[in-house]
Write a protein that binds this ligand. Structure first.
Ligand SMILES: NC(=O)c1ccc[n+]([C@@H]2O[C@H](COP(=O)([O-])OP(=O)(O)OC[C@H]3O[C@@H](n4cnc5c(N)ncnc54)[C@H](O)[C@@H]3O)[C@@H](O)[C@H]2O)c1
Length: 315
């Protein structure tokens, strides 16, 4: 029987690639999005589109009566700085919205929830890199707290109501359709500056690192998380999976790779470091590889070229 899946945030960057892969794999796909940062044109033509917010009573009612077996939850307030300035807004959308959907999901008989968590914000900086799922948790922003708290709520719904939950802890996701506000916003910002022939600005010495994972690899991880058999839930980390490459890339390397692939000799300027940034980050994807045979397939230069070409064509 065809499985029916609700993708929240499916008009956004990552959610739209997730909706694409579900459509390609023959799922019956419905996208729910309030278009606050997403775009209608990102939604695949074969998916039904519904413009509700995650806090709307209609969103809950849709899950209660819509016959969904899978909820794939990507809609979120996902700007770290907004969460610092307005933690109540972050809490309302990311936690209140999640609970509204989960209440609908349990009434509607949803079998599994796949959730977009973040490996960039739930771990503290104390452990050795790259962080495994079991690394110490110490979010430093309200956004990080809302992602980790969401994982706890999902665990409770699994224990109380038998809804399987798979939090995917993403590294810095980049690729076509990304916007400058996400956790890998630097890629979009650099590409746009290159297209305008503006010098690239690097904050601090540029040796701060991130783990960049291509969005189509992330979409494949969502498919694996939808289909795969789940480990038993004794600890939150048992059912959570890092989705990254395990490789640290510095901002300087990122800038140089972009200059290389675009044959550009634009200058790189340095500016004062920004407060509140982690200095180094990378997450270990070996559990996802061992459990569901997932490997990142798109390397950084190839992925950056595809992202740059898309941003150029979207101007
Ligand atoms: N981009 C990254 O590197 C990254 C890393 C870790 C986790 N994530 C998570 O992945 C998810 C998707 O992020 P993205 O980068 O694709 O961002 P995005 O802004 O492109 O996508 C978010 C989508 O959710 C929609 N949305 C926002 N608030 C909503 C609401 N209240 N009701 C309904 N829809 C709403 C937006 O319109 C948008 O289409 C988020 O949950 C984010 O926290 C992203």
């Amino acid at each position: 029987m065809t499985e029916r899946v609700l993708v929240t945030g499916g008009a956004g960057f990552i959610g739209s690639h997730v909706a694409d892969i579900y459509v390609r794999e023959g799922y019956d796909v419905v996208v729910l999005d309030d278009l606050s940062s997403g775009r209608r044109k990102n939604v695949p033509a074969a998916a039904e589109f519904i413009e509700y917010g995650v806090n709307d009573p209609q969103a809950r009612a849709l899950l209660e009566t819509g016959g969904f077996s899978i909820l794939n939850h990507h809609a979120a307030q996902m700007d770290v700085r907004v969460s610092v300035e307005n933690p109540l807004r972050d809490e309302r959308i990311n936690l209140g919205g999640l609970l509204n959907l989960l209440e609908g999901a349990r009434q509607g008989g949803v079998r599994r929830v796949v959730f977009a968590s973040s490996g960039g914000v739930v771990y503290g900086e104390g452990s050795a890199l790259p962080y495994p799922e079991t690394a110490a948790k110490l979010p430093v922003s309200p956004y990080g707290v809302s992602k980790l708290a969401s994982e706890y709520y999902l665990g409770v719904y699994a224990l109380l109501h038998g809804i399987e939950a798979v939090p995917l802890r993403y590294a810095n996701v980049y690729g076509p359709r990304q916007n400058p506000h996400g956790e890998a916003g630097v890629v979009a910002i650099f590409c746009s500056r290159l297209l305008r022939d503006d010098p690239l600005t690097v904050y601090g010495d540029g040796e701060q690192t991130r783990d960049y994972v291509f969005v189509e690899d992330v979409a494949r991880a969502n498919l694996a998380a939808t289909r795969g058999a789940l480990p038993a839930l004794e600890d939150l980390d048992d059912v959570a999976f890092n989705v990254g490459t395990g490789v640290e890339t510095s901002v300087n390397e990122l800038a140089r790779t972009l200059l290389d692939i675009t044959d550009s000799d634009l200058a790189i300027h340095h500016a004062a470091p920004r407060a509140g940034e982690l200095f180094r980050s990378a997450i270990d994807p070996s559990k996802l590889a061992a459990t569901w045979n997932w490997q990142p397939q798109i390397g950084l230069a190839d992925g950056l070229k595809r992202t740059y070409d898309w941003i150029a064509s979207d101007q």
